[in-house]
Design a protein around this ligand. Structure first.
Ligand code: ZN
Ligand code: FE
Length: 261
């Protein structure tokens, strides 16, 4: 049983899309393409070819154009199918297969479990390929951050993040944007005594100076350093003066401060 092959593809200012290939069957997918051309160019470079066309599947996480604007052109040019969130089916261009909590999505012989992870948008989903230890969570969980609450409440987003927190520490977190440097600076301001965070922030600075992606990260390091996953932390709570608040309220306050940072 071999794992998915995964290629990270930076696009636009700071978006990431991901090319996936199941080595057992040759089935190819792309997560959240805002454009078509660079996907096809990279596939040609990699010499990856799907079963029915250049790609077989688009995996959409949520309806924002910086994640879906390439769907129709890719569908037209390759004959691929589009999978996406059932709750946003009206807004996902070209959607063929609508997915929601508990569904399994198969890419060849590799299966992803679907989580409903609303908060950034009302119907946002995440794809967890457990045997490849890969989580595609787009704008729900970022390296050292989380998505803005455009269509959901803090309570909703905190529930979504808790679903992801329950996954194994080794899980590789493939998020939707390279926001890690600004996230690291904010995280440090909220959690200045966290030595694991300080070390990670220094590493992030180095990587970005070298022009390298900071993605994927391991879920275990997110748990240790990402303040949005740590609203129960005593140090963060006392810094915010919220010792008595519940976790969702602390989370909401961290999110509010980041919005204003
Ligand atoms: Zn988005
Ligand atoms: Fe986005």
């Amino acid at each position: 049983m071999s794992s998915l092959q995964i290629e990270i593809l930076p696009v636009l200012n700071d978006n990431y899309m991901y090319l996936l290939r199941d080595p057992a069957t040759g089935v190819v997918g792309v997560v959240d393409p805002p454009v078509a051309g660079p996907v096809l160019e990279r596939l040609a470079e990699l010499d990856w070819r799907g079963k029915q066309g250049e790609i077989d599947w688009i995996l959409s996480t949520h309806h924002h154009p910086d994640h879906t604007a390439g769907n129709l052109e890719l569908k037209e040019r390759t004959g691929c199918q589009v999978a996406g969130p059932a709750a946003e089916r009206e807004r996902i261009p070209g959607i063929d297969v609508a997915l929601s909590e508990g569904d399994l999505f198969s890419l060849g012989e590799r299966a992803a479990r679907i989580f409903d992870t609303p908060g950034h948008t009302a119907g946002h989903i995440s794809y967890w390929f457990d045997d490849s230890q890969a989580l595609f969570c787009a704008d729900t969980l970022f390296a050292l951050g989380c998505g803005r609450l455009f269509e959901g409440s803090a309570e909703q987003m905190w529930l979504s993040l808790q679903k992801l927190l329950a996954l194994p520490n080794e899980t590789l977190v493939y998020c939707g944007h390279e926001y890690t440097l600004s996230n690291a600076r904010f995280a440090t301001s909220i959690d200045p005594d966290n030595s694991a965070l300080a070390a990670r922030a220094a590493e992030v600075e180095k990587r970005r100076q070298a022009g390298e992606p900071t993605v994927p990260s391991r879920l275990g390091e997110e748990k240790a350093t990402n303040p949005f996953l740590r609203p129960f932390d005593e140090g963060i709570r006392s810094r915010l003066g919220m010792q008595e608040a519940d976790d969702a309220e602390v989370f909401g306050e961290i999110r509010r401060r980041k919005d204003e940072a």
